[in-house]
Design a protein around this ligand. Structure first.
Ligand code: C2E
Ligand code: MG
Ligand code: MG
Ligand code: MG
Length: 281
């Protein structure tokens, strides 16, 4: 804008830093004082690309602030730096456990419930017990823990041991944003990974760039050889879904199917689907 053009780079930097500080202080306050209703969990369906059926949902946190919902990209980084990601992650898992009976009932059967986690949570002694309790609460439904490659390339024995304990407790491990971590995929040799989520940046151009298609094909070949499940992220167009389906990708997520939704909305979506399938069977 004309206004921002009139300012020096430094002023702009200082302003954004200021905004970040305020956000961080408010977040600390929200987590400390237990204003827990300020963290809202939305759910985005994960669908089978062949049938369109919802097989799971991903929990995505939002922060209610001054009547608006702040998206996670604006506060997760501050939560990571300050260590507040640990209580935030606990809070999200707790909410998903609380919502799970309704989600499972609406789905009419077991579903996958995916939660994003940060590397810091691996060092929280309460994390493994909380995951174990969640797995028990979910029954036949599965808890999926999504983490980015940066968590996995930390080549320390503690990471490996904790991941083994999480899968031992019955959680599934999913690599989020797969392929953008600029990391070696060597960790797939020895860490207990179950799912890879193909990053949105590969899906974006898959219907018109042969190179994107080739990369996705390569990921699918690798996943199949390693017996990993695959979810494609960020599907917005039918033409992208078509290419993914032809390439043999089983599951996907994106605005084409559903945006992240408040609990009540995703429950209605799940109920519609399960009543439709009862009618047709
Ligand atoms: P993510 O886990 O990779 O989640 C997918 C993001 O892509 C979500 O953004 C979702 O709304 C968005 N998305 C889904 N489908 C489409 C699509 O078709 N097109 C486009 N353009 N975007 C799509 P959201 O909800 O803003 O979350 C951003 C990131 O914040 C997440 O990326 C995740 O890394 C992080 N995050 C969210 N909730 C939590 C949490 O509870 N804990 C932690 N540690 N991180 C979280
Ligand atoms: Mg995710
Ligand atoms: Mg992702
Ligand atoms: Mg992401």
């Amino acid at each position: 804008s004309a206004k921002s053009r009139g300012k020096s780079q430094y002023q702009l930097y200082e302003e954004s830093l200021g905004a970040d500080r305020i956000l961080r202080l408010e977040l600390i306050e929200a987590l400390r004082t237990g204003i827990r209703d300020d963290l809202v969990v939305h759910y985005q369906p994960v669908v089978n690309l062949d049938t369109g059926r919802i097989g799971g949902v991903e929990a995505l946190v939002r922060w209610r602030r001054d009547g608006a919902l702040v998206p996670p990209d604006l506060f997760i980084p501050a939560a990571e730096d300050s260590g507040l990601i640990v209580p935030l992650g606990q809070r999200v898992l707790q909410q998903v456990v609380a919502d799970s009976p309704q989600l499972v009932r609406a789905a009419g059967g077991p579903i996958d419930l995916a939660v994003n986690m940060s590397a810091h949570q691996l060092h929280d002694p309460t994390f493994v017990p909380a995951v174990r309790a969640a797995v028990e609460a979910f029954g036949d439904s599965r808890l999926v823990l999504e983490m980015t490659e940066t968590v996995l390339v930390q080549d320390d024995p503690h990471t490996a041991t904790t991941l083994e304990r999480l899968t031992g407790a019955g959680a599934r491990l999913s690599i989020d944003d797969f392929g953008v971590g600029f990391s070696s995929i060597g960790y797939l040799q020895h860490l207990p990974v179950d799912v890879v989520k193909i990053d949105r940046s590969f899906v974006r151009d898959i219907d018109h760039l042969p190179r994107s298609r080739a990369l996705v094909d390569a990921i699918l070949v690798m996943a199949s050889a390693l017996d990993l499940d695959v979810v494609a992220e960020g599907i917005e167009r039918e033409s992208q879904a078509d290419v993914l389906r032809m390439a043999g990708c089983s599951d996907g997520q994106g605005y084409l199917y559903a945006r992240p939704q408040p609990l009540a909305e995703v429950l209605a979506t799940l109920r519609d689907q399960s009543s439709l399938s009862r009618l047709s069977s």
